[in-house]
Design a protein around this ligand. Structure first.
Ligand code: NDP
Length: 538
């Protein structure tokens, strides 16, 4: 999306009606439904990013020195602030992003508030020292300690401008780090909102900083000397981020694109599957990394499921901008709307069947008509490329193996769902799918759970966010080994001699020989040397 960040005049930007970077150094935050400019946000010059990181580093020392309970309290004041201001915050998000207020509450605020509270409360337990018992040296004290890495750079996309950055910001801060955060140029207004909420909640100054701009500012953050990069965005940009980070060996977590499959088995509850897949494919206008983009339906129930899905879509969905019950806002930006409409046009021109299409409002906001489609073939772009828009394609299959192979036949592997009443079969298929997350009888539910790790395999990314592991992921792990003097006779010390060599070989046997008798005999041979030491000899 960063191509949109090429310099534009304000007039040109208004014509494009999406946030752009102006020649005089501002991002125009815009309402994608109306083209109204909401605010002008000054760009952080790429050269200043290092300075911001250096300032954050100073603030981090004070933040990390606070006891866990004080950090917890400061973060919980932020989640309380979000709670107390849910209505205005949801409206602000909806206005810049294009999504509905309902989805701003459901898919942004609920999770973001919960993540801040959960990580704040969990950090002490997750980051306490952990024993590492050593079977070769049971007398030693051996454990792991965790300390913050320092400054974490968070780079976020526009589709979930609150919950996505908070998924990294909350655990990084709770673990004692400072954060420098770059929102997408398409969601810089919400970036400012996040900064403002932390400030107004009394969060210590300087510990969370934001930098604004396009891809060049993101790249500057990656090479700024931060201690970890939490990146969420497209696979193409993720690869660039990793390449830049490699130069300084900066660790990265990459949450990238997806082409998520849903598999509807013969014995699925078809009403439940239709509801879940409709929501999984259409919510947030399909602009979700984990939205359903391929639905594989057993041929025995294909027609029945297809009719139910279309029926539910007709019954429940409307896209009337004036109707507060409307499920749909607009797409976030012109480029994404064009990309999705082009995929749809290409599929239709090559013979796909449109089964359902919702009428879009008659104004010139960035809309894509939510569409259910079948007859999609390999020569259509929609078949394999990420769509990131409200299109649900259906494909029949005749055996579970075929469905698994089709689901796995993608460069992406973010999440997947299986719809069945046979729980054992569902879980067996779940294990066969090459994806970071698999859900049975639901889709896209787990990104809202703080405890549940999130992330993909293959082109969908590296590493996991959320869960206790995220707190440890934003920490430097140190292993401490303490010889407490309970092992006076050390075979590895000089002088080497035959007795010590025999002892070492016996140790290998005592610990590893497949025969119990051999292990027991070797153990009996080494025991006296443990207790009384080695004979002095050559
Ligand atoms: P992009 O990759 O275009 O942008 C993501 C972020 O990276 C933006 O802040 C962008 O800035 C910034 N950026 C651009 N170029 C660089 C660079 N060279 N170095 C560092 N940062 C850079 O993704 P989109 O914003 O278009 O987001 C959509 C994508 O995100 C989809 O592929 C979607 O699947 C994925 N995604 C994945 C999620 C997951 O959990 N796996 C969750 C949400 C989305 P700017 O926008 O200003 O150009």
């Amino acid at each position: 999306m960063s191509q949109a960040g090429t310099a534009q005049t304000e007039k040109g930007a208004a014509k494009r009606r999406c946030p752009v970077i102006t020649e005089d150094g501002f991002i125009l935050s815009m309402n994608p439904r109306t083209g109204e400019t909401l605010k002008k946000i000054p760009i952080t010059p790429a050269d200043d990013v290092k300075k911001v990181v250096a300032e954050a580093r100073e603030a981090q020392k004070r933040w990390a020195a606070l006891p866990f309970f004080e950090r917890e309290r400061a973060l919980k004041k932020v989640s309380q602030y979000f709670l107390d201001n849910m209505d205005t915050i949801a409206e602000e998000i909806a206005k810049e992003n294009g999504k509905t207020v309902y989805e701003a509450v459901l898919m942004e605020l609920l999770g973001a508030i919960d993540f801040i509270t959960w990580f704040a409360g969990r950090a002490k337990k997750a980051l306490k020292d952990r024993k590492v018992p050593l079977h070769l040296m049971p007398t030693a004290r051996s454990y792991l300690t965790y300390k913050p890495v320092g400054v974490v750079g968070v780079i976020a996309p526009w589709n979930y401008p609150l919950i996505t950055p908070i998924s990294d910001i909350a655990p990084a801060l709770a673990a004692g780090n400072a954060v420098v955060f770059k929102p997408s140029e398409f969601s810089s207004g919400v970036g400012q909102l996040i900064e403002r909420c932390f400030k107004e909640a009394g969060f210590p100054a300087g510990v969370l900083r934001a930098v604004y701009g396009g891809g060049d500012v993101g790249a500057a953050l990656v090479s700024s000397g931060v201690d970890h990069i939490g990146f969420t965005g497209s696979t193409a940009t993720g690869k660039k981020v990793m390449e830049t980070a490699a130069k300084t060996l900066t660790p990265v977590t990459l949450e990238l694109g997806g082409k998520d499959p849903a598999i509807v088995l013969m014995d699925a509850d078809l009403d439940e599957a239709a509801q879940g897949i409709l929501w999984g494919g259409f919510s947030n206008m399909g602009q979700t990394c984990a939205s359903v983009e391929r639905v594989y339906v057993h041929e025995g129930v294909y027609n029945k499921f297809r009719d139910k899905l279309v029926e539910q879509a007709k019954q429940h969905l409307n896209m009337d901008a004036a109707n507060p019950q409307s499920q749909f806002g607009s797409m976030n930006n012109e480029l994404q709307a064009a990309l999705v409409n082009n995929q749809l046009k290409d599929a239709e021109e090559k013979g796909a069947n449109v089964l359902f299409r919702l009428e879009t409002p008659k104004n010139d906001g960035f809309y894509v008509a939510p569409t259910i489609i079948d007859g999609v073939t390999e020569d259509m772009e929609l078949f394999a490329a990420e769509t990131f828009g409200p299109i649900i394609p259906l494909y029949p299959f005749s055996s579970a193996d075929e469905a698994i192979n089709k689901a796995n036949d993608s460069p992406y592997g973010l999440s997947a769902s299986i719809w069945t009443k046979n729980y054992n079969r569902g879980e067996m298929i779940a294990r066969s799918l090459h994806a970071g997350v698999v859900t049975i009888n639901d889709h896209m539910i787990t990104p809202g759970f703080a405890e549940a790790p999130w992330g993909g395999v293959k082109d969908s990314g590296i590493g996991r966010i959320k869960s206790e592991d995220a707190l440890r992921g934003f920490s430097e792990v140190k292993y401490i080994y303490h010889d407490r003097g309970m092992m006076p006779h050390k075979a590895w010390r000089y002088p080497y001699n035959k007795a010590k060599l025999a002892f070492l070989k016996d140790m290998a046997i005592a610990n590893n020989d497949m025969s119990f008798v051999n292990r027991a005999k070797a153990y009996m041979r080494v025991l006296p040397q443990f207790l009384f030491g080695f004979k002095k000899q050559d």
